[in-house]
Structures are given as structure tokens and as C-alpha cells.
Design a protein around this ligand. Sequence first.
Ligand code: GAF
Length: 384
Amino acid sequence: MTVADRAAAGFHQVYAQPPAGRWAAPGRVNLIGEHTDYNDGFVLPFALPLRTVAAAAPQPGETWTVWSELTGETVDFGAAEVTGAGRVTGWAGYVAGIVWALREAGYQVPGARLAIASDVPLGAGLSSSAALEAAVLAALVDLGGLDLPAEAQPRLAQRAENHYVGAPTGIMDQSAAIRCRAGHALFLDCRTEQVEHIPFDLNAAGLAILVIDSNAPHRHVDGEYAARRNSCEKAAALLDVPALRDVPTDGLDDTLARLPDDETRRRVRHVVTENQRVCDTVELLRARQIQQIGPLLVASHTSMRDDFAITVPEVDTAVEAALAAGALGARMTGGGFGGCVLALVEADHSDTVANAVTDAYARRGFTAPTHTTVTPATGATRLD
Ligand code: GAF
């Protein structure tokens, strides 16, 4: 059964009625541009063909009921739970967070019953939470006939995640889940929220993106993420700029010399050089030179490993093994401390690269990685 059919079947089973519609939103990988979003910088994610589907129908009053295929649980909440942040916890908190953020923004949110099914793996750094937020948001916007254009939806979903759930993320994942286009990467300016859909036709170039789940245990992800964000914001204040996006690449060494310690200098260097790498990658893709982006991916990984300090031995091993086996480029994707690695490979070479990573893991005694090849899919959409 497809994920959309599973959502509909779950809806029937739980509510003994058909849904009024189904809405899907994808997970994402980020081609390049890590930890740049909350620094007002640039990112270049694309949507995965793995999706979360919300089957939904209106229900009377200010009440919401949501069932999840994954846990088999049904959670109910009402107006009291969405007048203050954080009152619904766990996976249903993302759903309540969307209702909360819509109400905070002044929308009349329709009561609803929802059934959620998903193919986006949890905890793999592929943005399962943003996919859930985006699918639920799309459903509620349509059911309520709310005047909330797609361009404005990522900021609202981010508010749900930041303030209701309490995770201090940037705007990349929600933007990818909502605004991506099939066959394209999404070049997003996280300050202005302007986007350019950059053609990313891997097939035509005889290439593939291999996504390898490092299966590394997540270690201190939330605390480390918040710490990175904090040191970036402090550094921007020290440099007297609104955000690290405003630090130019030219004269970077002189700028870094104004900072008080080596760790802060490294954090800033990562963000400034990573923004530049996103722009350089976009230039190459515009020129249809996908093959040439490999060294930028590798430089991004090195910067995340050595300057931003967000990689772990499993992801470093996967990147090294992929490159040694002939990948054109490879890097960790997502927030870090585990999650996935992406490798740009010749299409007929992806098994060789994947097997090389599996072998390297076995030699180091790591839990075996899992892998899949992906092409850019569409953002949030109503299915029926
Ligand atoms: C996570 C966050 F949710 C994003 O906002 C982004 O900061 C990313 O880590 C790192 O680039 O996915």
C-alpha cells in the first residue's frame, strides 16, 4: 500500500468515515548550505520522494483529533491546549503547534480529524518533523479556506517548531517541505525568503545522489544545535552585523582576527565559507555543470567536520569511503551529530559506492548503514 492509501485506510478505521481529502509533504536532503539558514544565509535543499500524508476532514467545534500510523495512538486536543505553547508533547505537538501558530497569526482554524502516515524515516536528519508540519498545515489551510499563500507557510510552520515544540531551528526544512519543485533544487535566501528553482536533472547528466543513513546514534543533537546557533549569534553581535550572512568572504581572515577565541573564529569561518559554497554551487548548476560541484560538497563536509564540529565518526567514515570508491563529492546533510550523508555518483556506480561504505562500516564495527538513491520531488501538495 502507498503511504497515501495507508493514511486513507487509517482514517476509515479510526473515524469510520472517508476523509475529505489527503495532503502530502516531503522530507528533504540539503545539497549544500548547512547551519546557514539561522544566520540569514543561503541553502540549497531538494524534496525527497519520501512523504508524509495527512488524510483529514472537518470536525465540529474547536477540537482536533489526530491518529498516527507509526505509534497507533490517537491524540485529542482542544482550544485550551493551543492557547499556550508546548501543552501537547511528543509527535502530536507538531500538529498542535501548527494549530497554535495559525491561531496566533489570527486565523480561524477549523476543527479537524486527521490520520497521519509517513515514509520519511524519523531521526535520520531528513526533516520528518517539517514534513508533518507542512502536511497538516496544507490540510488545515484547505479545510478552513484560509488565506495563507504557500510563500508565507514556512515561516508559520517554523514558528510552530520554534515556539510550540521548542526546537530553535531555522527556516530551511519547512521551506523545502512546502516550496520545492520536482526536478529542481530550491535556492533559498533565508533572509528575504526569495527562492529560485534551480534545475537539477541528475538523470540527464548520468548522475545520481546516493543518500546513506549513517545510523549513528544521535548524541546531544538538540543541545549541540542550540549551542552552535548561540555562538553564531554572539559572533554576529561581536562583529556588529545583523547576522553572519553580512560578513563578507573578502578579508575574512582580518574579520576573524577581531574575534576573541579560536572556536568562535572556526564557527564563523564555516558559516561564511558555506554561504559562498552555496552560491558557487548554484552558479555551476545554472551552467548545467552538475559534475563540477563535487569539490564544493567535499569542502562543505571538511568545514562541518573541522570548523563547525558537527560530524561524528560514522558520517566521516561514510564520506571518506564514498570518495575513495569514486564518488564525485560527498558530505553530511542536515543538522549533524548523525543523520545522513549524500554522495554524488555516476549513476552506474552507486552500488559500488554504497558497498564500499558498508564495508568500511563493518571494518570499524559500526551498525550497518542503509542507503537509497533519490531524485528531486515536489513540495507539499493536495492529493485529492
Ligand atoms: C536542521 C534545522 F532544522 C535546519 O533549520 C538547519 O539549520 C539544519 O539543521 C542545518 O543546516 O535541519
